[in-house]
Design a protein around this ligand. Sequence first.
Ligand SMILES: [Ca+2]
Length: 544
Amino acid sequence: MHIKQFRKLVLYSLMVFAVIGALVFIIKPGKSDNAVPELFNPDFDRTQYDADTKTDVDPETVIKAMNKTKRKPPNIILILTDDLGYEDLGCYGSKAISTPNIDQMASEGMRFTNFYSSAGVCSPSRAGIMTGRYPHRTGVSFVLFAGTDSIARKGMRSFARTLAKLGALDLPVGQSILNGLPKSEITVAEGLKLAGYNTGAIGKWHLGDFTTNPDYHPHEHGFDFFAGFNMSNDDWPVAYWEDKKEIVNDIQLDQAHYTGLFHQKAIEFMDKAQDKPFFLYLAHKDPHQPCIPSKTFENTSNGGRHGDTIQEVDWSVGKIMAYLESKGLADNTLVLFTSDNGPWYDGSPGNLRGRKGQSFEGGFRVPLVAWWPDRIKPDSISQAPGMNIDFLPTFLEVAGLNPPSDRIIDGKSLVATLSGASKKSPHDTLFFFHENDLEGMRQGNMKFLRYINHYTHPIPVDKPSALPGILVEKAYQYTGKDGNGNMKTISALSSWPKLYDLALDPGENYNLVEKYPEQARQMRVHMESWEKEFHRNPRGWLEN
Ligand SMILES: [Ca+2]
């Protein structure tokens, strides 16, 4: 950098700080009449996680068989994509990305239009899938970072958190309560093992860095077979492991062959697993950044590299369906295709508001396609709200098992939805967490957002508890006399809380709090009392 440029930079920085300082002095942040209500979780108590009374519970002692079914348990395949948006598939409206195989699954099965991930980011969403519980209960409440992080990166993160406290930065600042899924959790794989299933996890794990703590390895969580990454494909060093053996120490950008490899491992697992029913959890790295398709799929879509990697996953889906047909397994196999959260900077949430990391619909609402020729009618559409915490009770029910009895399971079985017996959601209320904060809820078609932590980069301008947010909010407030001569202030850009009618307004464009104040009040009261109860026993342990 030239000395002139450097001086310019210093001068500009000083000017910016001077302006911010003056504004802070003038507006006294936090004292505004329209200030956001108190931040959440006044009762949040981290020590409840540290002082966990449970260790490794034997699933057999708390999961009991159901008596009612004589059906043969189906094979279960859960295909999870990473950061795939609500409108990134042909059958959900994408014109840029071609997904004929997933579209065919939908036309032969069921497509959900109101299905949610349990978090707006990767790790907690996966904790929700594995345990059937709101991720916050498990302690995996935010993206997990590599256990082998260099001191420099740890330092950067800690510096970023300091900036975040000042409200100047939002993106990399969250912190999970625990560093991985604790052994006290019972996963869906551990449950299915009781019904005699062979279990395999392939692809991105991201539920604890087992290269530094072996307790977090999939083998410790009910999976017989594992081939995949410890962490996210963008959080280096990322290792590729097969079972308990490290094959590649750090994949870096050499990622083009992994989707094909994960597919091949999935077929290998199914080849060996057919002596019993099997559960295959195939968690692709795609289309998470950095999107790196194989040579064959480069530039095949009109959705950039993001779209190319999705088309490669679609290829794998087609091959898996063909495999099931060829082995005579198709009729009694339940195949689900979904995403762990909404799209990040590439990818389409369709008409939904927000993206990955936000409690708006775009962060949480994801495609879910379910295929099971024996039980699901072709071309079905379910509008019933559900969440990925429903997978555990659903899978256990089809395997003839009850959910664990010693803990709160927030998910509900979707079996009646899949069979067409019920059109209603099994949930009265669904809750939306961001990191350790409960931000909103949905009841019927109404969604209430108390406040939202924007996960935007680099400055969260629509976050009224952060300085830039306060500045923006203040700058767009109008104070003046109304028609009766009374002084009034109207906030033009953001007012909290929000109430949306998702049936009329899925894009969360129109805040109805002023139109339906009583409904907003009731939802708020409901949310706060649920939250209070939640924090009394966040781990959700019950007397068995
Ligand atoms: Ca993700």
